[in-house]
Design a protein. Structure first.
Length: 115
């Protein structure tokens, strides 16, 4: 199982980023997929999730209306579109599979929101 996250960077408050996670080693189209994040000194937290065919999505209250999760099963890829970014969104972002995440995690992608 492998997760490779990319797309992070430094952005000003109010800006946008799109994160991408490429996966391998499991049957992607059969799994619920999620994005998580971990800020310095804090526990990793769930951010957003999407069911297998993409017809149902869920977002943490703090990101509703700003973040959108999507997936492309043929490419075994999940994305997180992040708009109206805030300083409190600063964290390392990870993707994972299943309603309970796999034990294996990728390296994550760092998102820093700062002026």
């Amino acid at each position: 199982v492998q997760f490779v996250e990319s797309g992070g960077g430094l952005v000003q408050p109010g800006g946008s980023l799109t994160l991408t996670c490429l996966t391998s080693g499991f049957s992607f189209s059969s799994y619920y997929m999620s994005w998580y994040r971990q800020a310095p000194g804090k526990e990793r937290e769930w951010v957003a999730g999407i069911w297998t065919n993409g017809d149902a999505t869920y977002h943490q209250d703090s990101v509703k209306g700003r973040f959108t999760i999507s997936r492309h099963n043929a490419s075994k890829m999940v994305r997180l579109q992040m708009n109206l970014l805030k300083s409190e969104d600063t964290a390392t972002y990870y993707c994972n599979a299943g309603t309970r995440p796999f034990a294996s995690w990728g390296q994550g992608t760092q998102v820093t929101v700062s002026s």
